[in-house]
Design a protein around this ligand. Structure first.
Ligand SMILES: [Ca+2]
Length: 248
């Protein structure tokens, strides 16, 4: 009788130890898998820019699907992260130096945003963007935008694509119904058309402008090309199809 109990104890003990070690081994395997799968990067090796970072933003790449803020273009300067017509930032480093343009609903962070860089950036203001009934879409107060646009300017964004596939693009923009385009990893990916002319640089519209496809998840270099005649606030990327035919 005693022999049987001892045997049973030994069997259960062995089983218990086996289960504990098996669980630990599986946990270790899971951790190893996670560690060995960092975000893939398709960003061209010759690209010297990096995601925007400041006291408020973490420096992580903007995520697709999601909202791409135009003013959060990459760090790296002229010819790397952007091409801008002239070195002055005509918003943060020009217009917004005037006390009248330092609105009480904003702070110095908004007035002076990236004022040392050539890309012309400003923010939505009570007396310009919200004092009329001509918005097709009402932007947020203090919404950053890229303005004073000129022909053949461009902005680079390192983006983190979570799911490969085809995405619908919606834009928050003002003024002209121009064409814009995007490159993925330095190859033209899509040409888009802004749906209507809003009639003024402070009459805003948000609407679908086209689609774009990413062939694989991970980091990509997205280049936004534009011409004279618009203010651009952000683009929203919404996954519409996980098929990746014709993707870059
Ligand atoms: Ca400029």
């Amino acid at each position: 009788m005693k022999k049987k109990s001892t045997l049973r104890l030994a069997v259960f003990g062995t089983l218990f130890i086996f289960l504990v070690f098996s669980g630990l081994a599986q946990e270790k395997l899971r951790e190893d898998r996670l560690n060995s799968n960092p975000i893939q990067s398709s960003v061209p090796a010759n690209y010297k820019g990096r995601p925007f970072v400041d006291s408020t933003h973490t420096g992580r790449a903007q995520v697709i699907p999601g909202k791409l803020e135009c003013a959060f273009y990459d760090l790296g300067g002229e010819g790397v992260a952007y091409h801008d017509f002239e070195t002055e930032n005509r918003g943060s480093g020009g217009l917004n130096l005037a006390p009248r343009h330092q609105r009480p609903h904003a702070t110095q962070y908004e007035w002076a945003f990236r004022n040392e860089e050539a890309v012309d950036v400003s923010y939505t203001k009570d007396f310009a963007d919200f004092n009329h009934l001509n918005n097709y879409y009402t932007p947020e107060v203090n919404q950053f935008y890229v303005g004073w646009t000129e022909d053949n300017e461009w902005l680079n964004y390192t983006v983190d694509v979570k799911v490969a596939g085809k995405y619908k693009i919606d834009a928050l923009y003002a003024n002209s119904d121009s064409k814009i385009s995007f490159d993925i990893n330095q190859t033209t990916a899509t040409i888009c058309k802004l749906p209507l002319n809003t009639g003024n640089f402070h009459n805003w519209n948000k609407g679908e402008i086209g689609t774009i496809s990413f062939s694989k998840p991970g980091l990509h270099l997205l280049t936004f090309h534009y011409n004279k005649g618009n203010n651009f606030a952000y683009f929203e990327f919404t996954l519409v199809d996980k098929k990746i035919q014709g993707a870059k």
